[in-house]
Write a protein that binds this ligand. Structure first.
Ligand code: FAD
Length: 297
């Protein structure tokens, strides 16, 4: 089953996790995954570290998800430091492990880097390479509703998104975006620019002040007034902040679902307890028991 086939029928529901660092044990993440499976997600994606530092562990996690038989694993993969030869080997290794869904990214530059130092400069080249050499893969691409931080204008960024679609991207997964109006304007603009792919919306739970500010600033994303008030009011009280942040996240999920999206993707930050609280409050018990809405293609 391909994720894009599910999207033809209804909205998908999914999670993102990240692998532990080299020297850290795998068990906590495997336990987290066991809890996340309880929601019967359509897929779980696993990040790929900058410069491929945790690449082996990324494959290990994707394989564990595959072997669990619980859901579809989606690996993230980047151009950072990767030659065509290495990419070819890695893609074959994913396929050999039964992993045939991939989020094709350029990747964030490690500190001090100004380019990918690999054979591809941009994600569209990676998408094209995958589709040409390994057509078995279902390929997702990143979308930035508030513009990628390095792009000069939103229009320029949308042109590049269109190029990624034309290279063979199958669906879009969005960067965090707390401003629904900006999201809606972006959807209108990309549709006008001929980007027709389904959109899976990534939701970053609001759980702690500093990471929330850091992630929005790093990605050049807006902090809407309501979120700014939570930061201002509860910034010095982690417990109160988390409570208000979870309520904010639940509301955000409702609002996104009401705009008609093709998928809801929760960036879990590997925090299954907090994610469980949020999903329970949002009335999402599992995919089968939740009215996830019709396809909006
Ligand atoms: P691109 O699409 O290549 O875009 C990067 C910039 O270049 C943009 O400004 C774009 O406008 C411009 N551009 C694109 N194509 C061209 C072109 N052909 N010519 C000129 N300019 C162009 N990073 C990781 O390292 N590991 C992860 O696991 C990871 N997971 C992510 C998951 C999601 C859902 C998202 C949204 C992002 C993730 N990232 C991850 C971050 C991502 O790698 C960064 O946002 C990165 O800076 C850009 O990646 P991209 O694939 O969007 O790049």
């Amino acid at each position: 089953m391909r994720i894009t086939d599910i999207m033809k029928e209804r909205m998908t529901f999914s999670f993102e996790v990240f692998p532990p660092k080299e020297h850290q044990p795998m068990e906590p993440l495997l336990e987290t995954l066991d809890h996340l499976y309880g929601f019967r997600p359509d897929f779980i994606s696993c990040t790929y570290g900058a410069g491929g530092t945790n690449a082996g562990r990324n494959r290990e996690i994707c394989k564990a998800i595959k072997d669990s038989g619980e859901t579809i694993p989606v690996t993230h993969y980047t151009c950072i430091g990767n030659t065509k030869e290495k990419i070819r080997d890695d893609l074959q290794a994913y396929l050999d492990a039964g992993i045939n869904h991939i989020l094709a990214l350029r990747g964030d530059f490690p500190k001090g880097w100004k380019e990918t130092r690999g054979d591809f400069d941009h994600a569209n080249e990676l998408v094209e390479f995958i589709k040409t050499n390994f057509p078995e893969f279902c390929v997702s691409i990143a979308g930035n509703p508030e513009k990628h931080i390095q792009a000069r204008t939103l229009e320029e960024d949308i042109t590049h998104l269109r190029v990624k679609q034309d290279a063979g991207g199958d669906y879009i997964v969005t960067q965090l975006c707390y401003d629904l109006d900006n999201y809606k304007r972006w959807v209108e603009k990309i549709r006008k620019a001929g980007v027709t792919l389904p959109i899976v919306v990534g939701v970053m739970p609001v759980l702690a002040k500093d990471p929330t500010i850091r992630m929005t600033v790093t990605n050049g994303c807006s902090i809407p007034r309501e979120l700014a008030e939570i930061i201002g009011r509860y910034g010095e009280s982690p417990e109160d902040f988390k409570k208000a942040g979870k309520e904010y996240t639940v509301k955000l999920i409702y609002e996104y679902m009401n705009t008609g999206i093709n998928g809801l993707h929760i960036y879990t930050l590997n925090k299954w307890e907090d994610v469980t609280d949020i999903l329970m409050d949002a009335g999402i018990r599992n995919v089968k028991e939740t009215a996830l809405g019709p396809a909006v293609l």
